[in-house]
Design a protein around this ligand. Structure first.
Ligand code: SF4
Length: 318
């Protein structure tokens, strides 16, 4: 078993150079905030190795700094993620502070963390502020979904989707957007996204009466728990080769790091959530939110590593 990059695969930075390409910033229009690694689940594909035992949580001070940052600069999209963001005790202050200034505020959810006591206020706030819910829903197959996420998770997720639909989420004309994210259970690249979306729409409606706005489908990023699983199952080499051989240079133009800054739970800044997973700071530097005077300027180099292959394989990861 090995986790070294297979000989057949050039390091990602080298592959850019040899094609005369580089990965540089455009205007930063998206603010992504990771509020911590605490989660009620410990999914097999989690690149951050989030789970119930993780203690890393964004503090009230850092939440205030993030809200301040969102006021100082104008972002088109603000994307709140985790762990399970619902489990951060300051989530209401954060979402309340970020909303109302024209940005499209999105909350990532594994759905099951939205259930249970104390979540009513959060759901009310999401309804009131029209927060977009982006729900991970890995697969339509119960066994497959539960092999990634744990027993009992599938039907609980269905229940929460039905509840969100009942409140108007995912319904045409409600202004309440509900998007799903699916990802493969194993070491393969997802199928055509629009075909998959049609299939999810048909089956979720026919079997459970569930509606949603859009489905996004992404390759799993070879980091964290997913990388450990790839190595342990002997799939790492073939997966990296598959990603490298499915390179789509067009996907490079649309990768999210070109227009996004990612704030970690402790306030440090990154080009994306995946770089955050390996501590690779913004443009390769260690910069804290308290030190950020201006947004990174267009043309600035983005810090890359070999996991970037997952973003540019097939239809990409935007
Ligand atoms: S992993 Fe991050 S830095 Fe690399 S291409 Fe994807 S978004 Fe950009």
């Amino acid at each position: 078993m090995t986790s070294k990059l297979p000989q057949m695969v050039e390091p990602f930075s080298q592959s850019l150079k040899s094609r005369g390409l580089s990965l540089t910033r455009l205007k930063s229009t998206v603010l992504q905030i990771n509020v911590g690694l605490l989660c009620n689940l410990a999914c097999r594909h989690c690149h951050l190795e989030a789970g119930p035992a993780r203690q890393e949580i964004m503090s009230a001070d850092t939440v205030s700094q993030v809200v301040e940052l969102s006021k100082r600069f104008s972002f088109g999209v603000i994307d709140v993620t985790g762990g399970a963001p619902e489990m951060n005790p300051h989530i209401l202050d954060l979402l309340g502070g970020l909303s109302g200034r024209g940005a499209r505020v999105m909350l990532r959810s594994n759905l099951t963390a939205m259930d249970g006591p104390g979540r009513e206020q959060l759901i009310d706030l999401c309804l009131d502020k029209k927060v977009v819910i982006v729900a991970s829903f890995p697969a339509l197959n119960e066994t497959q979904a539960e092999s990634q996420r744990g027993k009992g998770i599938f039907l609980k997720s269905i229940e929460v989707l039905q509840r969100l639909n009942g409140l108007g989420y995912g319904k045409t004309g409600s202004g309440l957007e509900l998007n799903l994210v699916s990802n493969p259970a194993g070491a393969f690249i997802p199928n055509n996204q629009s075909q998959l979306e049609d299939r999810f729409r048909q089956i979720l409606m026919n079997k459970w009466g569930i509606e949603f706005n859009q489905l996004f489908s992404f390759a799993n990023v070879p980091l964290g728990r997913f990388k450990k699983w790839l190595v342990a199952s002997g799939n790492y080499v073939s997966y990296m080769e598959k990603l490298a051989h499915s390179q789509n240079p067009c996907a490079l133009d649309g990768v999210m790091c070109r227009s996004l800054i990612s704030v970690g739970w402790d306030g440090y800044l990154y080009d994306c959530d995946f770089n955050q997973a390996i501590g690779l700071g913004l443009g390769g530097q260690q910069i804290h939110i308290s030190e950020l005077e201006e947004l990174p300027v267009p043309g600035l180099e983005i810090a890359v590593s070999d996991h970037c292959y997952a973003c540019t394989a097939g239809s990409g990861f935007t």
